[in-house]
Design a protein around this ligand. Structure first.
Ligand SMILES: [Zn+2]
Length: 392
């Protein structure tokens, strides 16, 4: 049921990157933003909610909705698809309640995120808007192989994309390098070849579907960029040539800072395989310096946390924004811009990501002033998706 409601905020951050507005108000009607701007009174009989900061619902461009931040990801790959689907339903509800109103799922076992997306769209389960890659594509024995579609050669890569499109994927995810969470593969090593990725990307673009590539090592990042990838996930070992390629191609970087940081933060907690901690620590030495350099050089950074990886909880997406501020030198307004309007533009979903008249009422209200203290995003007071209140 669409509710008509009014919100007043000490601070309004509209998502566009514009400076925050003090003493603002917003009116929701029929699931959309009907009025927004300098403070105005609630219409007669309409409920009014007061928050510290009001901003668009956040967009997390890199999640694994069926994973809950378990310490041993490798163990979860042996789970049955039905178990993954139920776990995903639980994570979707938590995601929405934390103010993340759109997620891009970059790989679920057995395409469970496709079924989850459809159940949420039908209104049967609470959750954010979900876009999903279905099952990720990896080379035989490549990163994530137990939950991936293994593919070798350009024609099989095309077929794998066709399978995902048939299964209902909104985007395609492919592995350009090894990764942290798979034993026996090295994050620095290239995996799918440029020509395999180019074939897959061609097939996806033909259907109007964008492609994301997991890429940590330098060569793999460049292979993915040359192949025509739309977003590079992680990008930790990028170099100057990769920075130039990003800008030349207009590809986005989703740095997933929280994925590495959460492993390092919890290294002594136990539960994670030793190889995971060792690989994350080794990458940490250069990763943030490289990403900072890319940011300062004008590579377009969009928000995504790799939620679901060890200790990296879906409802703690605000930690990724905190790291953008702390490690990349963004202002809180910039970090919010990267995780709202800029992400919406990347997804080409014009109705989300900004607090403007006519847009969907996807809203996050928090108690403090998030324009001066990004950690205020954790203190949620109001969440709405399409004008339907989930919190508040
Ligand atoms: Zn991931």
């Amino acid at each position: 049921m669409h509710e008509r409601f009014h919100v007043t905020a000490d601070v309004l951050i509209d998502g566009s990157g514009a400076p925050p507005l003090r003493e603002a108000a917003l009116l929701v009607e029929e699931g959309r933003i009907a009025r927004v701007g300098a403070a105005f009174a609630a219409p007669e009989g309409v409920r009014s909610i007061r928050v510290g900061t009001l901003l668009p619902g956040l967009i997390n461009l890199h999640v694994h909705i069926e994973m809950a931040g378990e310490s041993d990801t490798w163990a979860t790959t042996r789970r049955k698809d039905a178990e993954g689907a139920l776990a995903g339903a639980y994570q979707a509800a938590k995601t929405l309640r934390a103010g993340i109103t759109t997620v891009r799922d970059l790989g679920s076992k057995g395409c469970v995120a496709v079924a989850l997306r459809d159940a949420v769209d039908r209104g049967e389960l609470p959750g954010p808007r979900i876009l999903t890659a279905g099952v990720m594509l990896t080379m035989t024995g490549g990163h994530g192989w137990p939950i991936a579609r293994e593919t070798d050669g350009p024609w099989d890569a095309r077929k794998a994309v066709r399978e995902m499109l048939k299964a209902g994927a909104n985007c395609i995810k492919m592995m350009a390098t090894g990764g942290v969470l798979t034993p026996g593969v090295q994050p620095g090593n290239a995996q799918l070849e440029e020509e395999e990725m180019a074939a897959a990307i061609h097939e996806a673009h033909k259907a109007g579907v964008h492609c994301a590539s997991h890429a940590i090592g330098t060569q793999g990042i460049k292979n993915a960029l040359r192949a025509g990838i739309d977003s590079v996930e992680h990008g930790h070992l990028l170099d100057d040539e990769a920075i130039a390629l990003f800008k030349e191609r207009g590809a986005r970087l989703v740095p997933t800072l929280a994925a590495l940081q959460c492993i390092v933060d919890h290294a002594e907690d136990g539960g994670m395989p030793d190889f995971v901690v060792a690989k994350a620590r080794a990458l940490m030495a250069d990763a943030f310096d490289n990403i900072r350099k890319a940011h300062r050089s004008g590579v377009e950074i969009v928000g995504g946390s790799d939620a679901g990886t060890p200790f990296n909880y879906h409802e703690r997406y605000c930690y990724e924004l905190e790291l953008m501020v702390r490690e990349l030198g963004m202002t809180p307004v910039e970090a919010i811009h990267a995780s709202t309007a800029r992400s919406a533009d990347f997804l080409r979903i014009s109705e989300i990501g900004r607090l403007e008249v006519g847009k969907a009422a996807d809203l996050l209200g928090v108690r403090g002033d998030a324009s001066s203290r990004i950690t205020a995003l954790a203190d949620v007071a109001l969440v709405a998706r399409g004008g339907i209140l989930a919190v508040g």
